[in-house]
Write a protein that binds this ligand. Structure first.
Ligand SMILES: C[S@@+](CC[C@H](N)C(=O)[O-])C[C@H]1O[C@@H](n2cnc3c(N)ncnc32)[C@H](O)[C@@H]1O
Ligand code: SF4
Length: 402
């Protein structure tokens, strides 16, 4: 996750670059249930409205939580499927809070009525993220349910009105990118304090539908918009926050923006971005799926490191006998193609390996989702890029204008 607003605030009011802080354990995104009342087009967990046998029982979840706590995991993001469809979600959440985890809830928001919002408030979640993939019809089409937008927006409002920190999570493709400005206006008008721009990863139905991914030029245009909005908020002293995810090239794109806009502060920003260090799948971000399988992050469900029913997470996570895990934990990662030649590998850390693997078969090849031009990554001679037309069906990339 890239905290865009935080860096912009620090550009506006410079703060010293502190030492590199090693988090105690990874943030764990935990898909407690795969069942979902929606069947979104891009869903990495390929969820649907059926029961999936073999999910962890309440007692098993509690046992895993004890292990995670002892392993010094600081944050649990409870997700799914739709986590509110799990009957014991509030029991699990209350225990997690009592154990002093930072607890986030990741929901599609459609099941949040006033009574549900009250229960969510009682738990005291530190953060509740709700997905909006467009305005009105666009969201409904994306999420394949008529009325889903209104339900999710209603849920956001009910939670906000109860003093809960809510955020809107927007997964961008070529089909909904045009809605981004309206969504930014919405979060501003509604006073939702956080906006998360999530780039598409080729996992689950997101892999099947990867031809819908935003083109590089589209992504660049939208990044210009979110940077402009976050900069305006930062300069006005607003607490509103924009974060991005699943494309660590965003940090390099921001650095180039700073070199043009506030050149005297760009080297300070560069130092901060290097300290952040880019993609942290398999290092500072972990995933446990509904069956208890452990993965390097949520987009790696096709690659399992072990199962918490038979081996504690605290043993699975540091084990680098798995070649993917060993590669992810290397610093710098041994990536090839444009990523290997990039002058900013120390910032981005090779971006999203799943996209590289899905397109080329090689988890260490260049990430085809990198939307930076050759010049922007410091390449003197143009490279033969992994052809995006391989996966874009009849759609072809327009050449980058820089
Ligand atoms: C799997 S959902 C689970 C929580 C809840 N059902 C929801 O939709 O918010 C978690 C988040 O991942 C996003 N997501 C799902 N598949 C994705 C993909 N292939 N690439 C990027 N984000 C994805 C969803 O849009 C959602 O914001
Ligand atoms: S993205 Fe969320 S709401 Fe959509 S199908 Fe997947 S789990 Fe359900």
């Amino acid at each position: 996750m890239f905290r865009l607003s935080q860096y912009l605030r620090e550009l506006d009011e410079p703060a010293p670059t502190g030492p590199v802080r090693q988090p105690p354990g990874p943030v764990v995104i935990w898909n407690l249930i795969r069942r979902c009342n929606l069947t979104c087009k891009h869903c990495y967990s390929i969820s649907g409205d059926v029961d999936f046998p073999g999910e962890l029982s309440t007692a098993q979840v509690f046992g895993v939580m004890d292990d995670l706590k002892a392993f010094r995991v600081p944050v649990l993001i409870l997700s799914g499927g739709e986590p509110l469809m799990r009957r014991d979600i509030f029991e699990i959440s209350a225990r997690a809070k009592a154990m002093r985890f930072y607890v986030g809830l990741s929901s599609n928001g459609t099941l949040v009525d006033a009574a549900m919002a009250d229960r969510i408030r009682e738990i005291g979640y530190d953060y509740v993220g709700i997905s909006l993939d467009g305005i009105g019809e666009t969201h409904d089409r994306f999420r394949r349910k008529q009325g889903a937008y209104q339900e999710a927006l209603n849920g956001l409002r009910l939670l906000r009105d109860r003093g809960i920190k809510v955020g809107v999570r927007f997964t961008m493709t070529e089909d909904n990118a045009a809605e981004l400005p309206r969504l930014l206006d919405l979060v501003e008008q509604e006073n939702f304090p956080k906006f998360y721009l999530s780039h598409l990863v080729y996992a689950g139905r997101g892999n099947k539908n990867r031809g819908d991914d935003a083109m590089w030029q589209t992504t660049r245009d939208r990044m210009d918009m979110v940077i402009a909005r976050a900069w305006r908020w930062a300069q006005s002293g607003s607490e509103m926050e924009i974060v991005t995810g699943n494309n660590d090239a965003d940090a390099v794109y921001l650095l180039h923006w700073a070199e043009r806009t506030v050149p005297d502060r760009a080297s300070d920003l560069r130092a901060k971005l290097v300290r952040w260090g880019g993609n942290s799948s398999g290092v500072n971000v972990a995933n446990i799926d509904n069956l208890g399988n452990v993965h390097p992050d949520t987009m790696w469900w096709h690659h399992t490191l072990g199962n918490v029913k038979t081996r504690p997470f605290s043993e699975i996570w540091p084990d680098i006998s798995d070649p993917i895990m060993a590669g992810l934990k290397q610093k710098p990662r041994h990536v090839s193609g444009r990523c290997g030649a990039c002058a900013y590998l120390d910032i981005c850390n090779g971006n999203t390996r799943v996209r590289a693997q899905r397109i080329t078969g090689d988890a260490w090849a260049e990430d085809p989702g990198c939307y930076l031009s050759d010049a922007e990554i410091g390449l003197a001679t143009p490279t033969d890029r992994v052809k995006t037309s391989i996966y874009r069906g009849t759609r072809h990339e327009a050449p980058l204008s820089v």
